[in-house]
Write a protein that binds this ligand. Sequence first.
Ligand code: ATP
Ligand code: MG
Length: 596
Amino acid sequence: MNGGVDEALDDAVQLRRAGPGERRQAMALLWRAARPDGRHVTGATFWLAVAGLLEAAGPLFGKQFIDTYLLPRALDWTTMALLIAGYLLTGIAASLLRYVQLVRLAGLATRSVLRLRESVYAHVLRLPMAFFDRAITGQLVSRITNDTEAVKRLYTQVLFEVLVGLTVLFGVIVAMLWLDWRLMLLVLVLVPATIGIVWGYQRLSAEPVARARALRSDINARVAEGIAGMTVLQAMGAVPRFCARFADTNGAHYVARMGEVRANAWLLRPALDFLNILLIVVMVAAVGTQRMEGVEAGLLYAFIAYVARIVEPMIQITMQFSTLQQSVIAAARANALLQEPAPPPVVHDGRIEQGRVRLADVTFGYDPARPVLHDLSLEIPAGAFIGIVGHTGSGKSTLLSLLLRFYVPQAGRIDIDGIPLAGVGDAHFRAAVGLVPQEPFLLAASARENIDMGRGLSDDAVVTAARAARAHEFIVQLEAGYETPLGEGGARLSAGQKQLIAVARALAGRPRILFLDEATSRIDSETEQRVQEALTELHGATTVIAIAHRLSTIRAADRIVVLNHGRIAEEGTHEALMAIDGGIYQRLYLLQQIGD
Ligand code: ATP
Ligand code: MG
C-alpha cells in the first residue's frame, strides 16, 4: 500500500547518494532555466544588499538619539526630527526595496518554471515509444508539473532569503563592531547556537516532511485511479473498500504533517525565542553590573535591536539549506527526463510518392534478447490492400509499430518506395501515413477537433472523411453536431463510435499508406460492411494494411498474411489460403463461420 511513499523516499535517498556530478548537472539546469533573466539576478543582488545595509543602519539612529539627546535631556528639535526621519526612511526604504526585489525574483522564478516545464514536456513528447513502455504516467505528470514548480523556490526562497540574510548579517556585524566589539562577541554566540537549533529541527522534521510529500502524491494517485476506474469500482461494489484505502493514506498523511508541526512547535520557535531572551538578559546583566565599562544606554538599545535583526536571517539562511536540497532533488528528476535520449532528428527528406512497402529479413524484439518478429520479409505493392491475421500476441501490432517508426528493428531493413524508412522526412512521413490504432484515443474536444487533430483541415474535408467512415450519421445527431464535446477519452461515445471517429481521422489526412489495427472490431457487421466499402474505394490510390480478427473484414484483400509466433506462416488470397487443408487461416475461418 505504501509503494508510492517508499518510491518517493527512495528517490530522495538515491539523490543524496548520487555523486556530485548529478548535483552539478541539476544546478546547471536551474541556472540555464533562469539565464535569459540573468540581469535580474545581478540587479536583485545589488538592491537586496543595499536593503540589508539600510536595515542594519536603522538602530544607529536610535542609539544616537538616546545617547546624545534623550539622556542628557538636550532636546534639539531639528536634529531629533532629522534622526527620526532617518530611522523612518531607512526602514521604509529597506522594506520597499526588499518587496520590489522579491516581486522581481518571483517573476524570474515563474518564467524559469515556464521555460523548464516547456522544455521538459517538449522533450518527453519526442521520446521514443520504448520509453513509454516502462514509464509510469503519474510519475511523469508529477515530474513535469511539480518538480519543475519546485525550481521556483530556489529563486523566491533560497536566493532571496540568503541574499537578504547575508547582507543584513554583514551590516549588523559591521555596525556592532563599530559600536562595541565586546558586546559584538557576546551576540555572536548566537550564530552557532541558532545554526545548531535549526539543524536539529531539520533532522527531526526531515523524515515527516519527506513522508508527507510522498503521501501527498499517493493521495493524488488514489484519486486519479478511483476516477479513472469508476465504472469498475461501482460495478464491483468496491467503493467502500476504496474509501477505506483512501482514508488510510489520508490518515497517514495527517500523522506525517503533525510530526512536522510538532517538531516546529516544540523545538524551533520556543528554543530560538528562549535563546534570544537569554542573550538579552546576559547583555543587560553585563551592562548593569558594570562589568563592561563605558557602555551607554543607547548602545544597549542598539544591541537589543540587533539581536532581533540577527536571529531571523540566521533561521532563514539555515532553513534554506533544505529548500535548496529539495530544489536540487526536483531539478535532478527533471534533468533525468531531459537526459533520456531522444531519437536524432530526421535530416533526410525522402518522400512517399506511391506507397510501396518492402520488408527484408526484419527481426525485432522489445527486449532484443527475445525477438517478437523473426526474419520477416514482405513485399507490398503500391495501392494494395493487405490483410494481416494471426493469434493474439503473434506480433501484428508490433509489425505496424515498426512500419510507423515507433521502434527500430534490430536486424533487416524496411523500405518505402525504395527509400529506407528512416530516410523519409518526418513531417512528410506523418502526413503520408495514417493509423487507426487498436485502442482508439480521443481528445477531450469536439468531434470536429478530434477528426482534424490540429491539421487545420477544411470543414468540407472533415465532413467527407466522417461520411466515408460512416461517422457522419451519428455525429450530426449529437446535440451540437460536429462541435459537440466528446468528453474525456471520448467518454460520451459508444466503443464502436470511437472507432469510427478514429477511422474518419485517419481518412481525413488522405494518407498514401493506411494502417488499420482492428479498426472495426467493435462495430456491428452492417456498419462494418459500409466502412469496408469506403476502404475499397481507396484501392489503387492508397496502400491499406489491415489487421483483423474478424476475417470477413479482410476477405477481399489482395493478399492475406498469416502471422504465427512472429513468423509468416501462410500468405495468399482468401481463396488460396482456404485451399490449404489444415492451414491456420482455414481453421480460423471455419471456426468463425460456425460462430456466426
Ligand atoms: P493482438 O491480436 O492481441 O492485438 P498482436 O499480434 O497485435 O496481438 P503484439 O501487440 O504485436 O501482438 O505483441 C506481440 C508480442 O510482443 C506479445 O507477446 C507481447 O507480449 C509483446 N509486446 C507487445 N508490446 C510490447 C511492449 N510495448 N513491450 C514489451 N513487449 C511487448
Ligand atoms: Mg495487436
